[in-house]
Write a protein that binds this ligand. Structure first.
Ligand code: NAP
Length: 163
């Protein structure tokens, strides 16, 4: 099972604001996110789920929290207390891939264990105080780039240490 990070990142590394908002609106980037993730589990931090307000359609939504008492009244949503336990669950369900959709705290942990990253590099810098973690170029290699309207999609793979 491939663990894939997906994120939209401004040129200065900003992914959001601490009020929970993403400081831009790109219909095409949203469509790319939807087309890519549809049908697969979407793992996210509790704060990111809070910004969505309701589950993403057509995907099993998995919310990560340390709060054992957290519950939501939604179908298509599961809650786990760690990224590890969420990944183990998905592995047992025989998913080919899962998407880790943010936010910064979850990306910071997932970047150590993910197999691939699909990063929409937006064409601009913007104000914000939530950042994507540093990408170690010794570990992550860009395999393809795809130019879109207002952003570029970078496909990263974790470099196999033996290669
Ligand atoms: N541009 C993009 O692609 C993109 C994508 C997603 C989000 N965002 C932005 O990112 C921001 C949110 O990111 P964030 O870093 O503040 O929050 P986050 O990563 O969405 O959620 C953090 C929460 O996840 C839970 N958590 C984190 N690590 C955990 C662990 N090891 N075990 C159990 N639970 C854990 C905790 O929930 P509890 O407090 O409940 O324990 C923590 O408070 C927003 O501004 C959002 O708009 C941007």
């Amino acid at each position: 099972m491939k663990k894939i990070i997906i994120s939209a990142v401004a040129k200065n590394g900003v992914i959001g604001r601490s009020n929970g908002k993403i400081p831009w609106h790109s219909k095409e980037e949203f469509q790319h996110f939807k087309n890519t993730t549809l049908g697969f589990p979407a793992l996210m931090g509790r704060l990111t789920f809070g910004t969505l307000g309701k589950p993403l359609k057509g995907r099993l939504n998995i919310v990560i929290t340390r709060n054992n008492k957290l519950s939501y009244d939604f179908t298509d949503l599961k809650i786990f207390n760690s990224l590890h336990s969420a990944c183990s669950f998905c592995e047992k369900q025989n998913y080919d891939k899962i998407f880790i959709i943010g936010g910064a705290k979850i990306y910071g942990q997932a970047i150590k264990i993910a197999d691939e990253m699909i990063i929409s590099e937006m064409d601009f810098e913007t104000d914000g105080d939530v950042f994507f973690p540093e990408i170690d170029e010794n570990v992550w290699k860009i395999k393809t780039r795809e130019k879109k309207d207002g952003f570029e999609v970078l496909f990263y793979v974790r470099e196999n240490i033996e290669n």
